[in-house]
Design a protein around this ligand. Structure first.
Ligand SMILES: Nc1ncnc2c1ncn2[C@@H]1O[C@H](COP(=O)(O)OP(=O)(O)OP(=O)(O)O)[C@@H](O)[C@H]1O
Length: 288
């Protein structure tokens, strides 16, 4: 294994229900998702669709009500709280929404990185990167002595990424890293994520409302009503077959096919399958 390597992620029929006095909220209702080692993925979707819940499950901050979440060879649902917390300090880096939630504002950047590394070294004993190399990854070379509160917002967000990768995790989870930034700050954050991924092979999963982040990361997974709604890869749209056999279409395509729409299934000799709108023998539309 190389010095750094990414971790694969798999969700199988993942359900998350928040139980509360006012009633239960089904935040995720059967997510099937596979992310390869070293892939970069943007999770997008309307507010309340379940993106943050999914990232919390991938980071072991929540345990699924049903289904299976695995990161590398670890089945997160089977680990003890202690094992999850060790994994989070070493193999999984999480950068929560709002950079300051991840950092000590009155400490220097070095100290913030050092604290994350000390925790990791205490639990895993692994050799850790020189903090200066970590700062290089996020485009903040030579800034180790600066207090967090003195950094401008874009640099603070990149500082949060530096702390997130201080222990060289194989999976980096980031929630809305660009929401408070101007376009220059956003570009620097995206560049930092790309560098982390390119230099360390880290798998990167980002929750975002920012379409630019989605297109730069290459793979865009839309979460809709608590499920994987559709996917885009390098500008191409894909329909997705869910674990229960239903096919999820992108919303703009779905609008053209009201509930009850029939498709004729045509099997060609070369083995390809075409869905044609309308039942055979009736007036119908074109190919789907
Ligand atoms: N701790 C909680 N207790 C109860 N319900 C919750 C809790 N956290 C989230 N929810 C509900 O679960 C659903 C999914 O929320 P989640 O925050 O995962 O969505 P999201 O796609 O990240 O939204 P946003 O883009 O607004 O951050 C919503 O209906 C939300 O109100």
């Amino acid at each position: 294994m190389s010095e750094h390597s990414g971790l694969a992620v798999a969700c199988r029929r993942v359900v998350q229900i928040y139980r509360g006095e006012g009633g239960d909220v089904v935040a995720l209702s059967g997510v099937d998702l596979t992310i390869a080692q070293g892939e970069m993925v943007a999770l997008v979707g309307p507010s309340g669709s379940g993106k943050s819940t999914l990232i919390a499950l991938l980071g072991g901050l929540l345990r699924p009500s049903a289904g299976r979440v695995s990161v590398g060879t670890f089945d997160l649902g089977r680990l003890s709280d202690r094992e999850i917390s060790r994994l989070r300090g070493t193999q999984i880096g999480i950068v929560l929404q709002g950079a300051s939630r991840n950092l000590l504002p009155y400490a220097s950047l070095y100290r913030n990185i050092w604290l994350a590394q000390r925790r990791a070294a205490a639990t895993s004993g692994i050799a850790l990167d020189d903090p200066e190399r970590v700062l290089d990854l996020v485009g903040l070379p030579g800034k180790g002595g600066v207090l967090l509160r003195d950094l401008p917002p874009g640099a603070r967000q990149r500082a949060a990424l530096a702390v997130g990768v201080a222990a060289s995790p194989g999976l980096l989870l980031v929630d809305e890293p660009t929401s408070q930034l101007d376009s220059a700050g956003r570009d620097e954050v995206i560049a930092a994520l790309e560098t982390i991924n390119a230099e360390r092979g880290t798998t990167v999963v980002v929750v975002t409302h920012d379409t630019e982040v989605g297109s730069r990361l290459g793979r865009v997974v839309t979460i809709r009503d608590g499920r994987v709604g559709a996917e885009g890869r390098n500008g191409k749209d894909f329909a997705v077959v869910a674990g229960d056999g239903t096919v999820q279409l992108p919303p703009d395509v779905l609008e053209e096919f009201p509930p009850g729409t029939l498709f004729t299934i045509d099997h060609a000799e070369d083995g390809s399958v075409t869905l044609v709108v309308g039942s055979s023998g009736t007036a119908g539309g074109g190919g789907a």
